[in-house]
Design a protein around this ligand. Sequence first.
Ligand code: S3P
Length: 173
Amino acid sequence: MNSNRIFLIGLMGSGKTYWGRRIADILKWKFIDLDRYIEEREKMNIPGIFEKYGESNFRNLENKYLKELVSMNYIVVATGGGAPCFHGNMELMNRSGETFYLKAKVELSAKRLKSMTEERPLLKGTSPQDLIPLFIKQLKEREPIYLQAAQILDAEKLDEKKLKELFIPRQER
Ligand code: S3P
């Protein structure tokens, strides 16, 4: 396994971008958020891509750009919540680097996203009280795939100390 690439996966709102940036800081590697990468390359935001081309085309773009990223080295990638679940992306990430499932309770995702539903096409129009049932359903479908990750990190217990314990030894290797 190539350990020059780290992939963070997990539900929306689990903290993939936040912790991904922190891991990249510690390792002094480059941080890439797959959604932002797609937006830059496509010159369109994610809600726009969903609206204009639909979810299945967005999933094609995720796979296309993830394939680009796996040829880069010393990168920490935060993927979108659905990315591992389409087009064999989980297998691709496991083959190309080390995967970390940021496991969060659905309540945490719902709390973090209740005021951001318009920015997430799959949450558009969902009322705050319907977010938990939506995430429960999503997790049921997606978790078997998330659990294929090499490591599982408890999003609720993750802090700077734990992060340093995990990643500083790697940086010194
Ligand atoms: C999605 C999650 C989003 C984004 C898109 C679809 C999903 O990313 O890729 O809205 O299917 O769960 P985040 O997990 O970064 O919110």
